[in-house]
Ligand binder design. Structure first.
Ligand code: G3P
Ligand code: MG
Length: 245
């Protein structure tokens, strides 16, 4: 029998990314200050297989670096600022996953860690992420490993069978039952605009947790909760938590 892996009704998407540079330590702290109990972060790997918290394959949008993240060593990435051009956060580091986990542990927050491999690095990215999680995630805090990549999820299933997993999709694929069973996922995470009420009912009846991204509009969140979704990923956790309380 599948049990949903419950996180929170409002998950701070890439941290409090609407008000702080996404996927940074300050975005985690801001999410905590906003009252969030859980964050979603993206993880990919350096050329020497160290996981960093970052969304894009390349560094330009969110950092002062250039080129592919996976083409740089961890030491090179440690020297990069990930302030997303927000002057008040100048010098904010590009965090290693280990640093993000240490902060979440201090703050006693839950984590949805999205394994975000650069194409071609699906397996090594998942291996490296699993190693850090195994070594440092506090077992008493909620954790879900998720990915769009089925190869990455298969590695996580085999290496960390006790950690909850979620398959991420945009639209619900026709083979969602088969894929979630094969990958032993407890949740389905999907794009909010592509969910309808009938799909929500079927997914929930199958025993899966159902979480939707990215929801920054309160009425959209209320519609999703009326369909039974367990939670939403929002860039503005403070606004969403205030409106839903
Ligand atoms: O994990 C949910 C969501 O973050 C997936 O999309 O592109 O924002 O990582 P993206
Ligand atoms: Mg993500």
């Amino acid at each position: 029998m599948i049990e949903p892996a419950l996180l929170a009704k409002v998950i701070a998407h890439r941290g409090a990314s609407g008000t702080a540079p996404e996927n940074t330590l300050v975005a985690i702290s801001k999410a905590h200050e906003a009252g969030a109990t859980c964050v979603e972060l993206d993880a990919s790997i350096s050329s020497d297989n160290i996981p960093f918290v970052h969304h894009d394959d390349s560094l330009e949008r969110c950092t002062n670096g250039q080129g592919y993240l996976c083409a740089h060593t961890a030491e090179q990435l440690d020297a990069i600022s990930a302030d997303s051009g927000m002057r008040e956060f100048a010098g904010e580091p590009l965090p290693r996953l280990s640093a993000a986990i240490a902060l979440l542990s201090d703050l006693q927050m839950g984590l949805n860690l999205e394994i975000k491999p650069t194409p071609g690095l699906e397996e090594p990215t998942a291996h490296a992420v699993c190693n850090v999680v195994r070594d440092s995630w506090p077992s008493d805090l909620p954790l879900v490993l998720s990915s769009f990549s089925r190869e990455s999820l298969a590695v996580a299933r085999d290496e960390l069978p006790g950690a909850a997993r979620a398959l991420i999709v945009c639209a619900v694929p026709s083979d969602w039952r088969h894929q979630t069973q094969l990958l032993q996922c407890r949740n389905l995470h999907m794009a909010a605009p592509l969910l309808n009420a009938e799909q929500a009912t079927n997914i929930l009846d199958a025993g899966l947790g159902l979480y939707c991204f990215t929801v920054n509009n309160v009425s959209e969140a209320k519609t999703l909760f009326a369909m039974g979704v367990h939670g939403v990923f929002s860039d503005y956790p403070e606004k969403m938590l205030n409106a839903l309380s």
